[in-house]
Design a protein around this ligand. Structure first.
Ligand code: ES4
Ligand code: ZN
Length: 326
């Protein structure tokens, strides 16, 4: 079984991390004070006891409220920098974080404030910690196609700052095909594409995300276990699945980590890897996710090394950088 020192020492990337989901309660209180925002919680303990989720939506309702403390460029910088600092002590050498501009622009915050704060922190993280990056802009799937197009338009002056687009938020009832045209427009701008699919949603959402959005990685994707044929296709084509074990437990996709299928998927030859999703809400960054797999599933060093290798080979960082990570 892989131990903590071994897991920490493995070079890893993180390809499924929502920056807004890395907002720790302590920073949330600090920003609330700085921006004179009233939070529905009095203490860090209050916050943590509210983080008791029953499904994806019950989490998202709280997650969007917490994001209200993020107002200034400095706030987005502080959020992103704190995440990178944590990465640096966990052996994470490259990150491709998500952010949700609509969560902020819908509150009247200019997209430039969001972009500048995040980008400046990513640059500092690269210089200070040697962590390379590619930023991914996510469209909120509970909002309209038109709103997604509007967001893509607002992002045009900042296209140099992003490597791709993603799709997140409430999955059920918001199938990928709703965003077929905006994904096409994004790909035509030279952006890479990923999407959340098969977290809670059916296998048809995974199939349609691949066929109609032409994504290069599936975020979560664990519901592929419902279809032997789809699993085989994902394995044959080596389409990466950015799996988030602790998230799946906290959002009740599985009752216990012992039931998580990630190692079975790995053994079947699917290109799976380990990510933290929303670490401040789900109780652990990427290293903790690896540790939970070691504890609950007796993950071996070989399995851990394969997962970490998959995280590198699935990244958008390019061959040259990839070689320096291994
Ligand atoms: C998310 Cl776990 C998850 N699923 C879908 N959308 C999200 N946004 C932030 N975390
Ligand atoms: Zn996610």
């Amino acid at each position: 079984v892989a131990d903590e020192a071994f897991l920490r020492g493995l070079p890893k990337t993180e390809l499924h991390l929502h920056l807004e989901g890395s907002l720790e309660p302590e920073l949330m209180f600090e920003l609330a004070k700085r921006n004179q925002v009233t939070l529905p919680y009095d203490t860090v303990e209050d916050v943590k006891s509210a983080y008791n989720f029953t499904n994806l939506q019950s989490f998202l309702d709280i997650y969007y409220k917490c994001a209200d403390v993020l107002r200034t460029e400095q706030d987005f910088f502080d959020l992103t920098y704190a995440y990178l600092k944590q990465c640096s002590i966990e052996g994470v050498v490259h990150v491709e974080p998500f952010f949700d501009p609509q969560t902020h622009t819908d509150r009247g915050i200019d997209i430039g404030i969001v972009f500048n704060g995040i980008t400046k922190a990513l640059e500092q993280g690269r210089e200070e910690f040697g962590i390379s990056y590619g930023l991914i802009l996510c469209f909120l799937r509970h909002l309209s196609e038109e709103a997604a197009f509007d967001t893509l338009e607002q992002a045009k002056p900042y296209l140099d700052h992003i490597i791709g687009v993603g799709l997140d938020s409430s999955e059920l009832g918001h199938p990928p095909e709703k965003f077929e045209r905006v994904f096409k427009a994004a790909r035509d701008l030279g952006l890479r594409a990923v999407a959340h699919a098969g977290e809670e949603g059916p296998t048809s959402y995974i199939e349609n995300a691949l066929e109609r959005l032409k994504i290069e990685r599936i975020d979560h994707g664990v519901q592929c276990t419902q279809s032997e044929q789809l699993m085989q296709e994902i394995a044959d084509k080596q389409i990466p699945l950015t799996v988030c074990p602790q998230s799946n437990i906290r959002l009740k996709v599985y009752e216990k980590m012992e039931q998580h299928p990630i190692l079975e998927l790995l053994e079947k030859g699917l290109k799976v890897m380990v990510n933290s999703d929303d670490p401040a809400f789900f109780g652990g960054y990427v290293l903790q996710n690896y540790l939970s797999l070691a504890q609950a599933l007796n993950m071996t060093r070989e399995q851990a090394a394969q997962l970490a290798y998959n995280s590198i080979s699935s990244s958008f960082c390019g061959e040259e950088r990839m070689r320096t990570m291994i």
